[in-house]
Design a protein around this ligand. Structure first.
Ligand SMILES: NC(=O)c1ccc[n+]([C@@H]2O[C@H](COP(=O)([O-])OP(=O)(O)OC[C@H]3O[C@@H](n4cnc5c(N)ncnc54)[C@H](O)[C@@H]3O)[C@@H](O)[C@H]2O)c1
Length: 222
């Protein structure tokens, strides 16, 4: 359920922040979260044609590519040899790793790319480097949670590279129309997610309602 809701939130961010014509995805981390990140990105952007996947464990990435090609009916899903190759030419970059250190360099980013960074969740670890944060319009799932947990933002703040004011918005502000999402074809957007209990609660309610409708499960007294 966590993987589904984390994918769904990222898909929502992609819907509001990625370019409408996004065709190429670069995915870092081919574990449990990587699968729903990729699935959600394809739901949000049916224009997607290719995906390059990269994982420190190449055999895991190859197995992932085989399974996801079948599931998502991708014309092209390939395993990248390097992090730089994964970034090159990508319109959407997804990071869903357990890495404590940045998985690519901000200097490699093309204009107009959208990044969803969902992997890191402690103040000392980050998947994204300071240059990436500096270049991006930063949108958080929740600002206070990210300032407590997201090393991707906390480390550049502690370095003095950015202040909290560099964070543009929460995703909810964009979805509700209080703030605009992408404003040009060339801006770089970033959605940083650390995960929120409200996302679990909302997803659990969907599962519960669906189970009731399908007459699955058993009633218990609490
Ligand atoms: N933001 C959220 O709401 C949310 C929700 C759930 C999980 N997470 C986090 O997402 C991360 C991934 O979770 P998971 O369950 O998919 O883990 P997983 O172990 O199934 O997969 C992680 C993959 O990342 C790969 N990896 C590690 N370092 C890498 C690097 N530098 N480059 C490329 N690949 C690398 C590993 O080899 C592994 O295959 C975890 O840190 C988890 O805590 C976040």
């Amino acid at each position: 359920m966590t993987a589904m809701r984390t994918g769904a939130v990222s898909g929502c961010a992609i819907d509001h922040l990625a370019r409408k014509d996004a065709k190429h995805i670069g995915l870092f981390g081919t574990g449990v979260q990587g699968a729903t990140q990729l699935w959600a990105a394809c739901e949000a952007r049916p224009s997607v044609e290719t995906c390059k996947v990269y994982d420190l464990r190449k055999d895991v990435a190859e197995d992932f590519a085989r399974k996801m090609k079948k599931k998502l009916k991708f014309p092209t899903i390939s395993v990248a040899e390097t992090a730089q190759e994964t970034v090159k030419g990508s319109d959407i970059i997804l990071t869903a790793t357990t890495s404590p250190n940045p998985v690519f360099r901000g200097e490699w980013l093309d204009p107009g790319v959208h990044i969803s960074g969902i992997g890191s969740y402690t103040p000392e670890t980050r998947e994204l480097d300071t240059e990436t944060i500096l270049k991006a319009k930063v949108v958080c799932d929740q600002v206070s949670a990210c300032l407590d947990e997201a090393g991707d933002l906390i480390i550049p703040i502690n370095e003095g590279a950015i202040t909290k004011a560099h964070i543009y918005a929460e995703l909810g502000e964009i979805v509700s129309g209080k703030k605009v999402g992408r404003e040009s074809e060339s801006e770089i957007t970033l959605f940083k997610s650390v995960g929120l209990a409200i996302q679990d609660a909302a997803t659990a309610k969907l599962v519960y309602d669906k189970a009731r409708k399908m007459k699955k499960g058993i009633e218990v007294d609490i």
